[in-house]
Write a protein that binds this ligand. Structure first.
Ligand code: MG
Length: 292
């Protein structure tokens, strides 16, 4: 393993959205702003900032417009730093446009069971909802990232086969999604399934458009990252401090921690451009606010 170490990788920091959304305690808008500015100062360049969902649905992220306003007023080099937000519908997209996002993210899963519980829609219905959002975003010059949950296992027993994943990736690409994040929602992935999925994906897609979103629920995230690197993946999602927990397994880890990912990459000779000392301070500070 590790015969194909890339010279460059991209880390997508999902802590402020995917992380904070799954934490009980709600940060103030200023605390979120400081968190994001700290991430930028440590060298992180792609950040999923928040979500433009209906207010009562995710109380942790209702301040997305205010947070973006603060970020837009701050001195940030937006040629280098890219901000994204999760957008479920056209209404959310309108607000996202006003917030000057570089990219939006849309959401589906391989499993009908998971999608129904999560967004009350089958996989096909979710694609029907995503389609107009994608069209309009692309018309406005905003890139679209597509999340695929349950690609390595579903908490409700739904489909996570390679065939279903391939079909879904194909459908997302056809409606204009330019980067697909393949998610291990409950931390079920292992190197063999990771390699199997990616070997099939790369027969059909440019791997530069595929990201891996691993969860560390069963302490397998870095082993899976290694397997994915070996198959040619160069985009990885992570969350500073491993924020987010696992909503399906109380007390277990969710998103792989960005500082672990950075440490691992640097140890095997991949430059990340991230200052690990600074990143650890940011992660510790947000964790201490959440546990206070
Ligand atoms: Mg996640």
């Amino acid at each position: 393993m590790l015969e194909n170490i890339p010279s460059k990788i991209k880390i997508v920091e999902v802590g402020p959205r995917d992380g904070l959304q799954n934490e009980k305690k709600i940060l103030t808008t200023d605390q979120k702003f400081q968190f994001i500015m700290g991430l930028i100062d440590s060298g992180i360049t792609s950040i999923e900032v928040s979500s433009f969902v209906r207010a009562p649905k995710i109380p942790q992220l209702v301040d997305a417009p205010e947070l973006f306003k603060m970020l837009n007023e701050a001195k940030i080099d937006r040629r280098k730093i890219k901000f994204s937000a999760l957008v479920p519908n056209l209404k959310g997209l309108e607000v996202a446009k006003g917030a000057n996002v570089d990219e939006i993210a849309v959401f589906t899963a391989t499993s009908d069971e998971f999608n129904k519980k999560n967004i009350n829609a089958s996989v096909d219905e979710s694609l029907g909802r995503i389609l107009p959002v994608c069209k309009e975003a692309i018309n406005c010059g905003i890139k679209v990232r597509g999340y695929i949950s349950t690609a390595f296992g579903c908490p409700y027993g739904g489909d996570s086969s390679t065939e279903t994943l391939l079909k879904l990736c194909d459908q997302l690409v056809k409606i204009g999604v330019s980067e697909i994040s393949v998610g291990d929602t409950i931390g079920m992935a292992s190197p063999l399934i990771v390699k199997k999925h990616i070997r099939n994906l790369k027969k059909h897609f440019d791997l530069k458009t595929i990201a891996m979103h691993f969860h560390d629920t069963n302490n397998m995230a870095l082993v899976n990252v290694m397997a994915a690197l070996d198959e040619g993946i160069t985009i990885f999602d992570s969350s500073a401090g491993g924020l987010g927990g696992c909503p399906y397994a109380k007390g277990a880890s969710g998103n792989v921690a960005t500082e672990q990912l950075v440490f691992f990459f640097e140890q095997i000779g991949i430059k990340t451009g991230v200052n690990l000392t600074k990143l650890k301070i940011v992660a510790e500070s947000v964790k201490s606010i959440l546990s206070a």
